[in-house]
Design a protein around this ligand. Sequence first.
Ligand SMILES: [Zn+2]
Ligand SMILES: [Zn+2]
Ligand SMILES: [Zn+2]
Length: 254
Amino acid sequence: MKVIILGSGTSQGIPVIGCNCETCVSKNPKDKRLRTSAYIETGNKKILIDTSIDFRQQMLKNNLSDIDTVLYTHHHVDHINGMDDLRMITQKYDKVIDLYGNKLTMDEMKISFRYVFTEELVKYKSVPLVKFNNLENKEFFIDKIKIIPVECLHGDLKIFGYRVGDFAYLTDVSFISEEEMKKLSGLKVLVLNALRIRPHPTHFNLQQAIEVAKKLKPNKTFFTHLTHDILHEKINATLPKGIELAYDGLEFKL
Ligand SMILES: [Zn+2]
Ligand SMILES: [Zn+2]
Ligand SMILES: [Zn+2]
């Protein structure tokens, strides 16, 4: 299984428009962050987690041209607004792409992208041809690949993280129950959100994310969905062993 971090930035992206802070003016490519998303290749399937606002750029930057399935964490615009660009893939390969998420995520997306149901546009394939699939909080299969949703809280909102084999991906999380934590034991790699240094009402900050990683003890943890409070080189050097900051283009195999 191959994983690529397509974007490691919070909703504004880094640099932030009009900001001159140390991170936003940094020359380190690891401080340039597109919006949060990841790509998984396993068993001949190309699985995307979220269609970030930067989806098009992310596909081009990473030389990717095909997606079979999208797993959605939740419906916030930084995680869904690149969906229209699936059109180039559904046209090129003449196929329908399956989208998965909890019922609220799918319902909200059907409102945000209601034009994809326009009969004439579907007929001429000038909209992304997608199928919305509601997920319950229980494991399901894409071909032979087992996907385990992990229900977490993002403030008051119920969202999904996903476990695929020994890899788990959780973003925009502020609380994980003991019951759901059990689904995350024995991981090789965990990707988890760590927004910034100060606390935040709807996202783990750096300290809270470190505590979760220490509890779960994966071989390796990468933090994502980072704001400009996080200067890569400075903060990465302070993290406990086995924990690192993710960055755009980070690739690993499991
Ligand atoms: Zn987000
Ligand atoms: Zn800044
Ligand atoms: Zn969110």
